[in-house]
Ligand binder design. Sequence first.
Ligand code: SF4
Length: 425
Amino acid sequence: MPIITTNKALSGILDQHSAALAAHERMPEAEIRARINQGTLTLLANPAHKNVRPTLIGQPARVKVNANIGTSPLASGLAEETDKLKVAETAGADAVMDLSTAGDLDAIRVRMLSETPLPLGTVPIYAVAGACAKDGRDPSGFEPAELINEIKKQAEQGVDFVTVHCGLTKRGAELAMDGSRMLGIVSRGGAILARWMRRTGQENPLLTHYDEILDIAREHNLVLSLGDGLRPGAGCDAGDPAQWEEVLTLGVLAKRAWAAGVQVMIEGPGHVPLHLVQSQIQGIKRATFGAPLYVLGPLVTDTAAGRDHIAGAIGGALATQYGADFLCYLTPAEHLCLPDAKDVYEGVQASRIAAQAGEAALGRPWAVEREHEMSDARMKLDWKRMADTALDPCLVRARSQGTEHGKECGMCGKFCAIRMAEPEV
Ligand code: SF4
């Protein structure tokens, strides 16, 4: 049964927005529907998220960028996170994830949903673990029903996509913790679930209750972002048995979701050395039957702390070239502290550069046209058009201030190569 037929919430959104989506993505409406039904294209839009901008993730739609924001127990609050949300929008993010783990999580989430048209994602297990900690329980001391109820509540609130680590099995967790990895489990959600399995001796509740999650997701067109709880957290762990054990399970779960009329994305690494990015991206795509791939970076070196947005953008550009669909940004604060508004801005810009570079390499018309437009503007020393075409127009305007149309900038002054090539008058 095609996904759209079973998923009434999705069908309603598509009927309303498919013409605009087709124009934006330069794809025929029929192709969008066909690819959604195949599962290779996913539409982020929960009808309960008022004014949401429906956003397509997957081939051959435009590569999108996500910004993670949210409170931590050590820093920040609602006002700061709302400010970061606006900064992410201004910088050009296509989606945001609220990863808050402190404060009134419902109030923060509902406020973000009311403030932004961007699809909003969450990691529901954070709220459940937070509630446990507040009650004096172990963060993994929850009952499966609490987790399912949290997913249901967030779907009703209007959350557009949730990270659920359904593919993390007991076997996978054992493989990641048997001492062969440099860095065990680095996913917060993955670590909580691994602890839950170790404590109870039972299989992952997100896996054993997967059918219940599918029912909730179908009703609200909640996209399941099947999380990579065992993603490599060190370059030398990339591609190990634990990672692939989870990836193979995610492929099986993607098929089950599609059969139930539910849209999914697959989450990907993580820390991946430059020479392994191609095999990682193509391997994950193949093992998950072409489902849209949402990558964190990937970070091509473990040594760029303080500038991990650059390490992530290098990996993101390559990943885009090899088939990744959705880039989760990294900020200069990664591995160090909670990002501030400036970090959010820089992170989004870095990922947008990665997407532009990767898509230009793929010959995607919008990316190639942008490259040509900029080169033509440069040749004509058209500073307004250069700013308008740049990924960060404000920055270009600020740094080229005072440079007149048709005139050289301050970089080479009277030795301007472009002006020297002009015919003498
Ligand atoms: S001065 Fe140099 S950098 Fe500036 S426009 Fe001319 S060639 Fe380009």
